[in-house]
Design a protein around this ligand. Structure first.
Ligand code: FES
Length: 316
């Protein structure tokens, strides 16, 4: 997990099915103490029962909370993160959770437009609650495939009434919501958007003429590839028989690539799984968000992971 954040052990106190694919988890400390506070838009990194780490936005009020509430969508192509939460994070189980971070903070503004698509509703709902509690003017647009797929729809309809505009597209690209009227003229308000990539790309495309900083997106940053306390180590490439030195400020992937050995990669931030390589021997410091616990003895994601001590031998 992130080197600078405290990791706490939380128990799954409750699970609530919000939609056929989205489940809410309530996480509490064993001793009942207060958890670190957070502002709306914050997320926690959770080590799921499979060992894969995932970031989830916090839904509940963040002042001296006694619990953290997250909602997890079961992704059909999940490689152990969301699937593992749904199948393994049962009531009573303990999870390692990093203290909250916020890369999507609400700035002070006169007026707000909140836009949520699908599971992107989690930080947006936290923002709406925060603004409503403080009497700040906002409108909320919530787009999902259908009412059945819309987490927290009942609560938000009851709480926000005509400030909430709900749109269902039945999964039909022809029926997606037309945001243009909201963005044609730059307005004196701040926009916060979280949802699937196509939704965020659409809003980015139609808001290019708005002043900088007015339109904000929840875009989880990739994990740090190298850290300030990293040191150099050697990696022996079992197939080619060569040894490559990985400098303190380079990844294994970069060092191997620099040596002329072909590599495959995509995200280069430990999230996609493309660079998975067999670990022949060595003590690896796994920093990816992909590998399950049972894979970690024999595999390494070379775009982010390093040696914990000594050298590594990998199957390249
Ligand atoms: S390239 Fe995506 S996990 Fe390494």
């Amino acid at each position: 997990m992130n080197e600078t954040r405290e990791t706490i052990r939380l128990t799954v106190e409750g699970r609530r099915k919000l939609t056929p694919t989205i489940t809410e988890f309530t996480l509490v400390p064993k001793d009942g103490r207060t958890l670190p506070s957070y502002d709306p838009g914050a997320h926690v990194t959770v080590q799921t029962p499979s060992g894969a780490k995932r970031r989830y936005s916090l839904v509940g009020p963040g002042e001296q909370p006694g619990r953290y509430v997250i909602a997890v969508k079961k992704e059909p192509q999940s490689r152990g993160g969301s699937q593992s939460m749904h199948d393994g994070a049962m009531e009573g189980i303990e999870l390692l959770v990093e203290t909250p971070e916020n890369e999507f903070p609400l700035k002070d503004a006169q007026k707000y437009l909140l836009i949520a698509g699908g599971i992107g509703v989690t930080p947006i709902y936290a923002m709406a609650r925060h603004l409503a509690d403080r009497g700040k003017p906002f409108e909320l647009i919530y787009c999902t495939r259908s009412a059945e797929d819309a987490a927290y729809l009942g609560e938000m309809t009851a709480e926000y009434g005509d400030r909430l505009l709900v749109h269902h597209d039945d999964g039909d690209p022809e029926k997606i919501y037309d945001f243009w009227d909201h963005f044609a003229e730059p307005q004196n308000m701040h926009v916060y958007c979280c949802g699937p990539k196509p939704l965020m790309e659409e809003i980015k495309a139609i808001s290019g003429h708005w002043p900088e900083g007015r339109v904000n997106f929840e875009d989880f940053k990739p994990i740090d590839v190298v850290r300030s306390d990293d040191v150099a180590f050697d990696v022996k490439l079992a197939k080619s028989g060569t040894t490559v030195t990985v400098p303190a400020n380079r990844s294994i992937l970069e060092a191997v690539r620099d040596s002329g050995v072909p590599t495959v990669s995509s995200c280069e931030s430990g999230t996609c799984g493309t660079c998975k390589t067999r670990l022949v021997s060595g003590d690896a410091d796994h920093r990816d968000m992909v590998l399950m616990n049972e894979e970690k003895d024999a595999h390494i994601m070379i775009c982010v992971s390093r040696a914990r001590s000594g050298d590594l031998v990998i199957d390249l």
